[in-house]
Design a protein around this ligand. Structure first.
Ligand code: C2O
Length: 325
C-alpha cells in the first residue's frame, strides 16, 4: 500500500496551498492540516473502540493517521517512531524527550495524559480528519470487548493495515479473537484505594510520591500494576517492554482506557481526589511536541480538567458525574 495521499486529497491540498503564502520550511502538507486543526474548537469525544469501529470512515481515518505518521522520518517529532521513542528506546544518541516515560511514581497518570494529548493532536492532523479523537479499548467493563478490536488484527498484514502488529504474543492476534483473561483486567483493587499516592511505597491508586520525574521507579500504584502492566504483558511483543511498547498502535488505546479509569476513580467519592496541594505533582514540567513540531511544556496543573484544559471527554458517563478534579 502506498503512503501517498489520494488524488482528491492532493487536489484539495493544492487548492489550499495556492491560496496561502509560503511559510518557511513548513511543508505544505502540515500547513494544510494545521489550518484545519486550528479551526477546530469543539470538544472531542474519545469513544469506546467497539462503538468507534462501527464507522468505517473513523477506522479509515485512524489507519490513515497512523500510516502517515509511520511514513515520517524518526527525527521528525510528529513521526510514529519519534513519538514511540519518547516513551522508550534503545537508540542512541537520544533526541529531545526520548526515554522519558514516567513509571512507578505518582507522575504515571499525568505524564501519560500529556503524552496522549499531544499524540492525539498529531494523529488527528496526520489523518486529515479534523474530528478524529483517540478511541479507548474498554477491556475493563465488558467481557466481550476483551478481544483485541478487529481492526488491529484484520487484515493480519503490517503493510496493508497500519494498526496490525505481528509481534503480539499468544493468540491475541488470531482471526477469531482471543480475549484477555478476566483475571488481568480487573481494577477493583485499585479503586478500593482512596489515596492517590503514598510517600514511601506504591500502595495507593496513583503510585509513590517523588519530588522529581523518574523514568522507571519501583513505587507503582495499584492501577499501574493491574490492569495496566498485566495488559502490556498479556499482549506481549512490543507491548511487553516500555522500551518498545508505544510502537504497537494498541498502546494508545490501552492508555486512553487507563486515562478513563483515572477519571472514573475520581468520581467514586470517599476522599478520592488528585493531589492538587502537592507542589511537585502540580508543577513539575515535562516536554512534548505538538503537531507543528514545536516543543511544548506542561505540568499536571494544566491537565486536571480534560474538558476545559485539553478539549476532550470520554463517552463514558461515569467519568463525568459530579465531583471536580
Ligand atoms: Cu508508559 Cu503503558 O506505559
Amino acid at each position: 500500500m502506498s503512503h501517498e495521499l489520494s488524488r482528491r486529497q492532493v487536489l484539495k491540498l493544492v487548492s489550499y496551498a495556492s491560496a496561502g503564502t509560503a511559510v518557511g520550511s513548513v511543508p505544505l502538507i502540515s500547513r494544510f492540516f494545521v489550518e484545519k486543526a486550528n479551526a477546530q474548537t469543539a470538544t472531542f469525544v474519545r469513544e469506546n473502540i467497539y462503538t468507534f469501529m462501527q464507522s468505517p470512515a473513523k477506522v479509515a481515518a485512524l489507519r490513515r493517521g497512523v500510516q502517515v505518521m509511520k511514513s515520517r522520518p524518526a527525527n521528525n517529532p510528529t513521526s510514529w517512531a519519534y513519538q514511540a521513542n519518547i516513551h522508550g528506546t534503545t537508540i542512541r544518541p537520544l533526541l529531545a524527550s526520548w526515554n522519558t516515560c514516567d513509571h512507578g511514581t505518582f507522575f504515571f497518570f499525568p505524564w501519560h495524559r500529556m503524552y496522549l494529548y499531544y499524540f492525539e493532536r498529531i494523529l488527528r492532523q496526520a489523518s486529515g480528519d479534523s474530528t478524529l479523537a483517540l478511541p479507548y479499548w474498554n477491556y475493563s467493563d465488558v467481557g466481550a470487548q476483551r478481544v483485541l478490536p478487529a481492526p488491529f488484527r484484520i487484515p493480519a498484514n503490517e503493510s496493508t493495515n497500519s494498526l496490525y502488529e505481528s509481534d503480539r504474543t499468544g493468540n491475541i492476534n488470531v482471526n477469531s479473537g482471543a480475549a484477555l483473561p478476566a483475571t488481568i483486567v480487573g481494577y477493583a483493587s485499585a479503586f478500593r484505594r482512596t489515596n492517590f499516592f503514598h510517600t514511601t511505597t506504591g500502595s495507593s491508586f496513583g503510585g509513590r510520591r517523588v519530588s522529581q520525574t523518574s523514568h522507571t521507579a519501583s513505587g507503582k500504584g495499584e492501577l499501574e500494576r493491574r490492569p495496566h502492566d498485566q495488559v502490556h504483558a498479556s499482549i506481549g511483543g512490543l507491548m511487553g517492554n516500555p522500551i518498545t511498547a508505544a510502537q504497537d498502535p494498541i498502546f494508545w488505546l490501552h492508555h486512553a482506557n487507563t486515562d478513563r479509569l483515572w477519571e472514573r476513580w475520581l468520581r467514586q467519592g470517599g476522599g478520592r481526589v488528585n493531589p492538587t496541594d502537592d507542589i511537585d505533582w502540580m508543577n513539575d514540567t515535562f516536554t512534548f511536541f505538538d503537531e507543528n513540531r514545536n516543543a511544548v511544556r506542561m505540568s499536571a496543573r494544566n491537565i486536571l480538567d480534560t474538558a476545559t484544559q485539553l478539549n476532550y471527554i470520554y463517552d463514558d458517563p461515569l467519568t463525568r458525574s459530579s465531583n471536580a478534579v
